[in-house]
Design a protein around this ligand. Structure first.
Ligand code: FPP
Length: 248
């Protein structure tokens, strides 16, 4: 079977792809199942996309697994999501090690239950020297909270005399975000037809190409990911310049 993958130029894949994995609940509802059923299939989609990103040689893949706003979902759903996450990370750890995948996490981890935090920390620690693909899990993550956190850190340095106000640049802000070691996303995918950003990487996506697809997350597997990357490669990124100024 021919795949859209064959049309992808492997020399021009985005360095960093970020994904808002949306639509698990609606996917389950269409099948008269509970929302957790959708999240479970959503984990399979996350695995498929990690594999696809690895095959293309993408360096960073950020997955929005749980937002700071998701804490206000019903308790059973929060618990189910957390246990799917712990289970998913534990099940995949050997595979991550074998495939040279590094796990990183961005978000307010202080809100996580001990068991969840331990599973996350173990996967970070055991994969910290891996370098093929960085899978960044946004967990208990909210972009405005992240920016507030960065502003506080910067203000503290100014107050303590370690930083001059005049020396604060865009780089200073970037360096104080959870993503300080991670390049800005080139491409952001959101599934399920919603066309919004939902407090995700607001600073980091200034020049990111956006891609919205009606496909619900549990239906988004490798072919759908390749389709999205092919779409990205048809675009011209100008960063405020005109076409003729770009080096081809
Ligand atoms: C959105 O669907 C999805 C989530 C809030 C959770 C996404 C999490 C996973 C797929 C878990 C896997 C992640 C990893 C990294 C193992 P929704 O519930 O908002 O769907 P709806 O909009 O249709 O209600």
């Amino acid at each position: 079977m021919s795949s859209i993958k064959d049309k992808i130029d492997l020399n021009k894949v985005p360095q960093h792809v970020a994904i808002i994995m949306d639509g698990n609940g609606r996917w389950a509802k269409k099948r008269n199942k509970d929302r957790i059923f959708g999240h479970r299939e959503g984990v399979n989609s996350a695995k498929a996309v990690v594999e696809a990103a690895g095959e293309l040689g993408i360096k960073y893949l950020t997955l929005y697994a749980f937002s700071s706003e998701n804490w206000s979902r019903p308790k059973e759903e929060v618990e189910a999501l957390m246990s799917l996450l712990v289970q998913g990370i534990r099940d995949e750890l050997d595979n991550f090690i074998e495939k040279n995948i590094r796990i990183q996490v961005i978000g307010d981890l202080s809100k996580l239950q001990t068991e969840v935090r331990q599973a996350v920390e173990e996967s970070i620690e055991k994969t910290k020297n891996n370098a093929a693909l960085n899978v960044v899990i946004a967990l208990s993550y909210g972009s405005r909270d992240e920016i507030v956190h960065a502003v506080r850190e910067i203000a503290r340095k100014v107050k303590e005399g370690d930083l001059d106000i005049e020396d604060i640049t865009q780089n200073t802000v970037s360096e104080h975000l959870y993503t300080s070691e991670i390049p800005d996303p080139d491409f952001l995918i959101r599934t399920s037809g919603e066309q919004r950003i939902s407090n995700f990487l607001l600073w980091q996506i200034s020049y990111t190409e956006l891609y919205f697809t009606p496909i619900l997350w549990p239906d988004f597997k490798k072919e759908e990911f390749f389709d999205a990357i092919y779409n990205y490669q048809q675009r011209e990124r100008r960063f405020g310049k005109i076409s003729e100024q770009l080096s081809k």
